[in-house]
Design a protein around this ligand. Structure first.
Ligand code: 3PY
Length: 254
């Protein structure tokens, strides 16, 4: 059975103490309430990583991730942070290619493929985000767009390396807008992604691939989304900032 994951993306929210408090609540609730085989992941701003890693010690169902890395290992890159550095702070995952980074920080497919390589080289699991804009959906170009993002971002990887990647389908029109893809719309794209992975690699690799849905996912819509055969969990924005909502989403897999 493939891995189910509910990952929170805190984005640029919470000061240090607020992050520590929220994470403590999440860990305590997860210990008591998250009962299945699902993995809970919290992707925090860099400032929280080391602190929350201490709180997560010994709690195997809660892991930690970053929201970005630079592809170089070290050196004169003022303001950047490397895979080695976030790993040393306790991160096991890293979100790459979120549409906010593609749009506001001009992250190109070429740059993202280097970040994916750097993450894998240093033992981080990339949560690689793909998704179409509203215009692209309305023009019926979404399969082309998503296919292109896969080709350029992750399909250069060997079968073995690709097996360590998690994908997240996040329609850009559903991020921060309150709009959610319907379960049918999301399932259609997830099935397409899995088919592409089967074509590029093989059916077994595709069957093992965890594909998350992201974009205004909340405790109300998660059950129907996660019931779709190709949706293996969620990348959760706003609702991950509320411990009760976040854990309720994770509990959909109980
Ligand atoms: C959202 O749900 O808004 C997200 O962007 C999750 O990454």
């Amino acid at each position: 059975m493939r891995k189910k994951i509910v990952a929170g993306n805190w984005k640029m929210n919470l000061d240090f103490q607020q992050g520590i408090s929220l994470f403590s609540e999440i860990v305590n609730m997860a210990k008591d309430e998250v009962l299945g085989q699902q993995q809970v992941v919290v992707c925090s701003p860099f400032i929280h990583l080391h602190g929350i890693a201490q709180l997560a010690k010994g709690v195997s169902r809660v892991a930690i991730g970053a929201q970005n890395i630079y592809f170089e290992e070290k050196g004169a890159y003022t303001g950047e942070i490397s895979a080695v550095q976030v790993k040393s702070a306790g991160a096991e995952y890293v979100i790459l290619g979120h549409s906010e980074r593609r749009a506001y920080f001009n992250e190109s497919d070429d740059m993202l493929s280097k970040k994916v390589d750097a993450a894998l080289k240093h033992g981080l699991i990339p949560v690689f985000c793909i998704g179409e804009t509203r215009e692209e959906r309305e023009a019926d170009r979404y399969f082309d767009v998503i296919g292109g993002q896969l080709e350029q971002g992750v399909f250069h990887l060997s079968n073995e390396a690709f097996s360590n990647v998690v994908l997240a389908y996040e329609p850009v029109w559903a991020i921060g807008t309150g709009l959610t893809a319907s379960p049918e719309q999301a399932q259609e794209v997830h099935a397409f992604i899995r088919d592409k992975a089967a074509e590029q690699y093989n059916q077994d690799t595709a069957d093992q691939l965890t594909i998350l849905y992201g974009g205004s996912c909340n405790p109300q819509n998660a059950p129907e989304l996660f019931a779709q055969p190709d949706i293996d969990g969620g990348l959760i924005g706003g609702a991950s900032l509320k411990s009760r909502d976040f854990i309720d989403i994770a509990k959909v897999f109980n």
